[in-house]
Design a protein around this ligand. Structure first.
Ligand SMILES: [Mg+2]
Length: 195
């Protein structure tokens, strides 16, 4: 059976998407709801400058990542996939967040073969280097860029990514769908047949 390389984003994909929102609302004195976050760059919906949102992240980022909740089903699906495939976490978090990210993964008992902290949203080069057969993501722009480089994407549905998708990006609603797409890819031998 082919051993696939599966690239997985962390924030909003492995974690629930809005775990940071309560603290952000407290910090900025706002009351923005989840449905109002229609852009991945959340400083705009919150009505604050990028510098202000960066300052908030500098102060609370580590705590937020530690408090993040895992998406339902993700642990079980990743543990099962890990037995047959390579699991690579690829995140835009900075290298400074390595320790908290590793401890969080350990706390939730989420196995993996590697963790790459890019400090940027540019994921294509890493996906290519790790020869990712699939990428699981929540950010629309990343999904489009990966798809354009022939890396098929499973895009977890969120309020901020509801835009038209290329053929090799599939919108999914749950981690159980991740497992079924990957299982089908393996049994068909080709991701295009899994669609
Ligand atoms: Mg993300």
């Amino acid at each position: 059976m082919k051993r696939l390389n599966i690239g997985i984003d962390i924030d909003g994909t492995l974690t629930e998407p809005f775990y940071w929102l309560r603290r952000a609302n407290d910090y900025f004195g706002t009351s923005v709801s989840e449905n109002e976050i229609v852009d991945y760059d959340y400083h705009q919906p919150l009505g604050v400058s990028r510098q202000e949102s960066d300052r908030f992240y500098d102060q609370y980022g580590e705590l937020l990542h530690w408090e993040a909740k895992v998406r339902p089903g993700a642990q079980l699906v990743i543990r099962r996939l890990f037995k047959q495939h390579n699991i690579h976490f690829i995140t835009a978090r900075t290298e400074a967040m390595r320790q908290v990210s590793l401890e969080w993964l350990k706390q939730y008992d989420i196995p993996n073969d590697s963790l790459t902290l890019l400090g940027s949203t540019e994921k294509v080069a890493t996906a290519k280097r790790l020869r990712c057969d699939w990428f699981i993501e929540d950010r629309y722009e990343n999904a489009v860029a990966l798809a354009a480089s022939n890396v098929p994407v499973l895009l977890i549905d969120c309020s901020y990514n509801r835009k038209p998708l290329p053929d090799n990006v599939i919108r999914i609603n749950s981690w159980s769908q991740v497992e079924s797409y990957i299982d089908t890819t393996v049994s068909m031998g080709n991701w295009e047949l899994a669609l």
